[in-house]
Design a protein. Structure first.
Length: 129
């Protein structure tokens, strides 16, 4: 998954990082973009659509990884994550068509990162808190 993530998100600088650290960094970067997009609203339409697209792309990459026979996660966890990914896809289409808000997508990403709704930026694995 790391090579797919680097191709999809080239703006994250190359560094020595575990797959988990890279995933955390991507989720954090995209969640912050979604939060900025939610704050600005459609006034910054390009930024709004870019954040939504990047989030959907991240979840699509995760789905591909989860469906890979090489993915060693427990079957139940994979199923749960695939259900979340399916919700993200459907809700993204709802947001783009004007029937949904970004808040649900932000909350999902924050939960994946382990960030409570009122908390700030978390320390990444391997960083001092």
């Amino acid at each position: 998954m790391q090579s797919l993530a680097y191709k999809a998100y080239g703006d994250i600088t190359k560094r020595t990082a575990s797959d988990k650290q890279l995933e955390q960094a991507l989720f954090l970067q995209i969640t912050e973009a979604l939060e900025s997009a939610a704050e600005a609203g459609r006034k910054d339409f390009l930024g709004w659509t870019d954040a939504i697209h990047r989030n959907l792309e991240l979840w699509t990459i995760l789905t591909t990884d989860l469906l890979s026979p090489d993915n060693a996660l427990p079957h139940e966890l994979k199923g749960n994550l695939l259900s979340i990914a399916n919700f993200v896809r459907r809700h993204t289409l709802s947001v783009l068509s004007g029937g949904g808000e970004l808040d649900d997508l932000i909350e999902i990403n924050r939960n994946i990162l382990g960030i409570p709704a009122a908390a700030g930026k978390p320390a990444m694995e391997g960083e001092a808190a």
